[in-house]
Design a protein around this ligand. Sequence first.
Ligand code: LR7
Ligand code: MN
Length: 593
Amino acid sequence: TSVTWTLLLFVYFNFSEENQSFKNVPIKGLEPQRPFPKKFYPRFTRGPVHIPELQQKESKIGNPLGNHVQDPVKGEVEFSPEMGMIFNEEDQEVRDLGYQKHAFNMLISNRLGYHRDVPDTRDAKCREKSYPSDLPSASVVICFYNEALSALLRTVHSVLDRTPAHLLHEIILVDDNSELADLKKDLGEYVKTQLPKTTKLVRNEKREGLIRGRMIGASHATGKVLVFLDSHCEVNEMWLQPLLTPIREDRRTVVCPVIDIISADTLTYSSSPVVRGGFNWGLHFKWDLVPLSELEGPEGATAPIKSPTMAGGLFAMYREYFNELGQYDSGMDIWGGENLEISFRIWMCGGRLLIIPCSRVGHIFRKRRPYGSPGGQDTMAHNSLRLAHVWMDEYKEQYFALRPELRMRNYGNITDRVELRKRLNCKSFKWYLDNIYPEMQISGPNAKAPQPVFINRAQKRPKIIQRGRLYHLQTNKCLVAQGHPSQKGGLVVVRECDYNDQNQVWIYNEDHELILNNLLCLDVSETRSSDPPRLMKCHGSGGSQQWTFGKNNRLYQVSVGQCMKVVDPLSHKGYVTMAICDGSLPQQWHFES
Ligand code: LR7
Ligand code: MN
């Protein structure tokens, strides 16, 4: 047992509240895109962290506006993986409703409040850079539909907190006819009484979607530069200056920050690798590695990178240039496609699109889009059709080859956009492919493009922290698979320990995964938090597969905010379930080597 205790102390020391090294990777992207390849992220370690457990218990977290009365001081709420701990039914409701309505953990978002520090994820060399003092000032446009109030206001405050006043001309919030009561009422009051006069709120009388929504926002703007952000972002240190600098150098420049990852399950902010935008013939945006040719040069890792496309939500350009270039296609609805449309338009019509490694903005990546379009249409297909017909020339056949059912689909009137293309004297799509995206594979009669050399980043396997048995103290039993440990979706139960049985051996690794017999990960359902834990394929994205060992020997599940317990210690069935952490005996576990 002394060995056990040493190891327990080791585990405690490494994963207790005082010393939390904590990583998160984004969730598989929304259809259509996956944000990044799995296991691709530099590790982020945050210094000392404590769990404000008592504070959490006492603070009113139901309505984040109520929270704001005490105005959480900047950085006061320390981030910890146990931030989503459920204490009562009210917490449970906030969490579950949040997942339903927003597809992220609203309980944690509310507890974080409107201000927090985020780790400075920039390359060290970025900190040595200096920027001109006479940069053009920016209008930040944030369009939202049914956003969680705490996430929206954290976006706004991160901009106010981390942008020099002389560069921030205004913030324009465009409410795309949201239905949520707090957005309809409290937000207006909050903007009026708590925010600087330069923060304006525009309300759409009907739902327009993010494309026309942004055009409406831009039409109210008076700053030199437009900066667009999604409504669930947090900007990082010195985020704006590096964006404005290349715009000032060349007025036909459009810039994107590196989009860091805010985990939907834990709200952890972590660094993204520098990648650039591409697309596939299904007209889905995707991330590509940066070709070696883009990384050579004296500035190295801090130099702007030419990007064939943008993700869509986070970018900056001169307002005049936005108008000159034709804003957006106002025939596009709700969501999708506008990102590729504007990217093609920028390159084909004489502009350039850059990713700026020294500018970083976090974005909450979620697994599903929590809203649809009013009539239930597939707006991505409608919008993609419009862009294919206007911009892709003969290459639209590549799209139709994959989506033959769309060939005959009506896509409305595109005359204005075709005229725009003529008026701006834009180049052909072939020119774009040859010069801007030569790595795109073309099937059919056309020639194959040469393959550039890419920087390959080693994909790190998470380090093993401990290997052993998960021992339940009260019953003297061990956690095992109910069926075979290789069976996906199988339940776990406690049974008599057998120290020679490999099927009882768990691995606990630095990603906080629990892996049985080196096969499957212990996993919970985020949407049905009353479901028992199961064995699932390891996804490497934290959240539902992230466990910590805490005080009172608890085994805490990060995304459901609960602890694992044996349902009935006297029953031979040995079922386990998730429950509110109460420190009781059925919830006590030892990891034994
Ligand atoms: O009807 C709507 N009205 C709105 O105002 C629907 C949405 N919106 C708002 C919404 O509240 C949010 O602030 O529009 C913004 C974007 O919607 P999301 O967050 O649901 O979109 P997303 O992040 O899933 O999608 C990405 O692709 C979209 C394609 O239309 C947009 O370009 C998004 O801005 C874009 N987001 C990003 O680029 C962030 C990084 C994601 C990646 C990769
Ligand atoms: Mn978004």
